[in-house]
Design a binder for this molecule. Structure first.
Ligand SMILES: Nc1ncnc2c1ncn2[C@@H]1O[C@H](COP(=O)(O)OP(=O)(O)OP(=O)(O)O)[C@@H](O)[C@H]1O
Length: 315
């Protein structure tokens, strides 16, 4: 658990972070969102003490970070930044192995870990381990950045606009990848972005910041349904709030499930249980379907869903 209590950071006379209180529970993803210069990165960098705070208290699992050895503190906190920060003259494998090597893990254990992490991040070790960062695409390099941050199995992950420089499709793929990995690893994560859709997709809870203060800290659903101020309302967008709420829920929530999964007709069209209601509605409108079969990850037909129900209950 990470706790910030009345934390302030000044640069000269300017207050970058203004007496904020924030608790990030173990295993949750807290997304800091807000416009440029509102203090998101400063907040993140105070947690791993790359920047000392001017006032207040920062506790990690109940311990004051200022009382901890900064190297030890950072070894327990993976840190991912935009543009990856990979060493250009080191191979992918060596980049990922950096922290385990500092910790003097045995060679064999390091090799195993590099292999495991590349596989987890959907990069074939045989293809990518010996490449240099400039031989990777932006998305692949960012995956390596995440693998490196996870290498020594830290409890905490700090991510500063990690997908900010990627094109929309690669960005969405990496967000989905992150959700999958997070379901497996359940790291306590603080994630900075200025993209509200990214925040809504990834967060357990979102902290909306404005001019150094946290103005709302709540679940994506509550941020959408009950924005605390006009600033938050404008940030989430008034026009497409209904569709954004539909993005938070999956077909599984509103499908009519069969008592037993069935083998589908060969070539049958339909939706997946994990598709968001927004995607489901879009496909159904496009295909002019009123109801369709739903499939699970194994390809079995597990129920049906109707367009009517999505429209009535989706948001
Ligand atoms: N090293 C520094 N020296 C002086 N001022 C700084 C320094 N770092 C940040 N600031 C100021 O602190 C404020 C908050 O900056 P911060 O980088 O935390 O914002 P941010 O929300 O992460 O913005 P962005 O999304 O643009 O990265 C800004 O006004 C910035 O100019």
């Amino acid at each position: 658990m990470i706790e910030l209590k009345n934390v302030t950071r000044r640069f000269g006379d300017a207050v970058a972070v203004d007496s904020i209180n924030l608790t990030v529970e173990t295993g949750e993803v807290c997304v800091l969102v807000g416009s440029s210069g509102c203090g998101k990165s400063t907040t993140l960098r105070m947690i791993n003490q790359l920047l000392p705070h001017s006032e207040g208290e920062i506790l990690v699992d109940g311990k004051d970070v200022t009382a901890m050895n900064p190297e030890q503190l950072r070894l327990n906190m993976g840190y991912v930044i935009q543009g990856t920060g990979l060493f250009p003259h080191w191979t992918v494998a060596r980049n990922i192995a950096m922290v385990p090597q500092l910790l003097k893990w045995p060679r064999e254990q390091i090799d195993e870990r590099v292999h495991e992490l590349l596989t987890l991040l959907d990069l074939d070790p045989a293809v990518h381990a010996n490449k240099y960062p400039q031989q990777l695409s932006g998305g692949q390099a960012q995956r390596v950045g995440v693998a490196r941050a996870l290498a020594a199995n830290p409890n905490i992950l700090l991510m500063d606009e990690p997908f900010g420089a990627l094109d929309a499709i690669t960005r969405e793929n990496l967000q989905l990848e992150m959700l999958r990995i997070q379901r497996q690893l359940k790291k306590t994560t603080v994630f900075v972005t200025h993209d509200i859709d990214e925040a809504l997709r990834l967060a357990s809870r979102i902290a909306v910041m404005d001019r150094g203060r946290i103005i709302q800290h709540d679940t994506p659903e509550n941020i959408l349904r009950r924005p605390a101020s006009e600033f938050v309302e404008n940030l989430v967008g008034k026009q497409d709030r209904g569709l954004k709420l539909m993005s938070l829920r999956s077909v599984r929530d509103l499908m009519q499930a069969y008592p037993q999964p069935r083998q589908p007709e060969p070539g049958a069209d339909g939706l997946n249980e994990d598709d968001s209601l927004r995607v489901a509605l879009s496909i159904m409108l496009w295909q002019n379907w009123n109801h369709v079969p739903v499939f699970n990850a194994e390809g079995q037909e597990t129920g049906t869903i109707t367009r009517e129900r999505i429209i009535q209950e989706g948001a």
